[in-house]
Design a protein around this ligand. Structure first.
Ligand code: GTR
Length: 415
């Protein structure tokens, strides 16, 4: 009762949610799963005002900016400009070593941020293969699960991060722990991590940046460092995250065009999963944004969409489309129904017209694939892996295959 009353007051006080005027884009049926066909998906190639988006200029000048604005104001929040001022960021390399029998160099780097309201620092752990040419790289957004830390909070190892596999394929990799950037718990509020260095807590509004945006800030600072590292090819860097890290990887790809690829591994609701498809076993906006769950990952406005997914006038295929014409990978797992694997595939599929504006292809596929048959012919990769919610060597292998396909590579690993 109290919740209903509060919701009613909030609805009166705040701007209403952005809901669609009516059903729009028709989508082709998926042969194998006819009961889970998206309904009333917001049309990617129509502006909110109803104009057709036909050219690259229509997209870049009108549609992409208005979608970006929607995702900022309604989902992930607005990051104050001072957070991304390069002059406020510096690096200190506090350790280097040989790794994997001399195949790679390990570096420990501290990122220091001198913000308008305070300072913040966090560590990066990087491995760089001893290749003749600068190596392409993957930034790994390390969530707390399966992560082991050094004494200073740097990522030491993680079952989600198979470093030697990357090194052996000639890729550098750099990881940071999300909790070294912003706490992954609601009671920490926004008084910890990078937030207070940027602005006083009292300055927050319904569209202020939240935790996913702060973690994406961390990934961008790793990219700042990569640009200073001569052994890494900064033009060929992907960002990889699993689950909440996958949501963050997509937002990083959208907000930082220096990343040539964004890889969402089983990111689900608020990540790659389309909302306009009925997948009752998957997480809903109501659940994820609930007071006892993960409301703090998103800006306050996101809560307005709880229970109203089907009438939202924007959806996650449009988030993926904002990464075009760069590369995107979406990975799902068969036993990960909470993330809605089919909804993840649909977003990848329905995002694809954005690549066509650039004379490229997005996801080249007519139907949701069988497990272990990756769809990698275009600029959007999708794979379904047998198994549970996890970031496995198989998933990493598909992300590296995709980068290889796009010619990122392949300096030889020094023996
Ligand atoms: C779940 C959450 C998901 C997903 C996952 C994770 O509990 O409901 O949205 O992000 O956590 O990050 O492992």
């Amino acid at each position: 009762m109290k919740r209903l009353l509060l919701a009613a007051i909030a609805a009166i006080l705040s701007e209403g949610p952005h809901l669609a005027a009516g059903a729009q884009e028709r989508v082709p049926p998926v042969r194998s799963v006819e009961r889970s066909v998206p309904q009333g998906v917001p049309a990617l190639m129509k502006t909110f005002g109803g104009a057709d988006v036909k050219t690259r200029a229509d997209w870049e000048d009108v549609r992409a900016p208005e979608l970006l604005e929607r995702f900022k104001s309604e989902a992930y929040g607005r990051r104050p400009a001072a957070a991304d001022e390069r002059a406020r960021v510096s690096f200190e390399t506090y350790g280097t070593c040989e790794a994997f029998g001399g195949k790679a160099i390990c570096k420990h780097v501290r990122v220091k941020y001198d913000g308008p309201n305070g300072k913040h620092a966090f560590p990066i752990t990087a491995y760089v293969p001893k290749t003749a040419r600068p190596a392409p790289a993957f930034v790994y957004i390390a969530i707390d699960f399966h992560t082991k830390y050094d004494a200073d909070g740097a990522v030491a190892t993680s079952e989600y991060w198979p470093v030697e596999q990357l090194i052996d394929r000639g890729y550098a990799t750099a990881a940071f722990s999300v909790i070294a950037v912003a706490a992954d718990k609601s009671d920490a509020g926004f008084s910890q991590g990078v937030f207070p260095a940027v602005q006083p807590e009292g300055a927050r509004g319904p569209d202020s940046w939240a935790t996913i945006s702060a973690w994406a800030w961390g990934a961008s600072r790793v990219m700042d460092w990569i640009e200073t590292e001569p052994r890494i090819d900064a033009r060929h860097v992907g960002v990889v995250g699993h689950s909440r890290g996958g949501k963050t990887a997509l937002w990083t790809g959208v907000t930082d065009k220096r990343f040539a690829m964004a890889c969402s591994n089983e990111s689900g609701c608020g990540g790659a999963k389309l909302n306009h498809v009925d997948l009752p076993k998957s997480e809903s906006i109501d659940v994820i944004s609930g007071p006892r769950r993960f409301h703090y990952w998103f800006c306050r406005n996101f809560r307005k969409y709880a229970g109203r997914e089907m009438s939202m006038d924007f959806d996650q295929h449009e988030l993926i489309a904002l990464i075009a014409p760069r590369l995107v990978c979406v990975g799902s797992a068969t036993e990960d129904e909470w993330a809605g694997p089919l909804g993840e595939w649909w977003s990848a599929k329905l995002a694809s017209p954005a690549w066509e504006l650039y004379g490229k292809k997005g996801l080249v596929a007519d139907a949701w694939p069988a497990p272990e048959t990756p769809q990698q012919a275009g600029c959007v990769s999708y794979h379904l892996r047998t198994g549970k919610h996890f970031l496995t060597p198989y998933d990493w292998g598909r992300y590296m295959d995709f980068a290889d396909r796009h010619g990122w590579h392949a300096a030889e690993v020094a023996k």
